[in-house]
Design a protein around this ligand. Structure first.
Ligand code: ADP
Ligand code: MG
Ligand code: MG
Length: 210
């Protein structure tokens, strides 16, 4: 079982829908511990990505992901533009020339992307950032590769882990980004960026089920 290029395109389209729908929820989370622009950043970014998809839709997955990253980088400001942009640009390198991805390949693609984000943002585990969802997702996918789970089941499991991980950011104290300025007052709120990664993983799992 593989994730087809068509499913990757479908994923990006649905991400734009999800971030449009969840814009106010994400903005509310970012109002509590940041500057209240995260929902706008993500919805604007992914809607720009969708606008530009037709121009690359007949290319390989690597090209599509690279284009996605460049668009996010150039259309989203703040912390999340460079972080999500870097994720897709680095992930693209592992998807070079691919028309589909099996589970091990998809795990590799996400691993590359997360490595790029971690290098760029220098977050450590427990810093209350989007990496606190990416790392458990990667661990879950790695276990699924080892246990030779099917791709849809693996993504379903990873999405469940992502939901748990997003909730687990609530008791954390932020040590990176704007939320870190709040010190202990950042405790008790769910991290907006972590929530966005969770939404992306839930969307990917839904696309892979079809
Ligand atoms: P800004 O904080 O510039 O307004 P956003 O509100 O769009 O940008 O994004 C905030 C999110 O970015 C946070 O919720 C957090 O998950 C993530 N973030 C901020 N700094 C870092 C970092 N150094 N490493 C990883 N993620 C980070
Ligand atoms: Mg913000
Ligand atoms: Mg901002």
């Amino acid at each position: 079982m593989t994730l087809s290029k068509q499913q990757v395109l479908e994923w990006l389209l649905r991400c734009a829908e999800v971030f449009t729908r969840e814009r106010d929820v994400l903005t509310q989370l970012d109002t509590e511990i940041g500057d209240g622009d995260h929902g706008l950043n993500m919805s604007r970014g992914f809607n720009k990505v969708v606008e530009k998809l037709p121009a690359v839709a007949d290319q390989d997955i690597g090209t599509i992901l690279k284009n996605t990253g460049m668009t996010l980088l150039s259309s989203v400001g703040g912390a999340s533009g460079p972080l999500f942009g870097t994720f897709f640009i680095r992930a693209a390198q592992a998807a070079n020339a691919k028309q589909s991805l099996d589970l091990a390949e998809l795990q590799q693609v996400i691993q590359e992307g997360v490595a790029g984000v971690a290098m760029r943002g220098k977050a450590e585990p427990g810093d209350k950032t989007l990496c606190d969802v990416w790392w458990p997702v990667l661990e879950s996918l790695g276990q699924s590769v080892q246990q030779q789970r099917g791709l849809p089941q693996a993504l379903q499991q990873a999405a469940v882990r992502a939901e748990q991980a997003a909730l687990a950011t609530i008791p954390m104290q932020a040590r990176k980004g704007r939320a870190s300025y709040l010190g202990e007052r950042s405790i008790g709120h769910q991290d907006p960026g972590a929530t966005s990664v969770m939404l992306m993983m839930k969307t990917l799992a839904a696309v892979a089920e079809k």
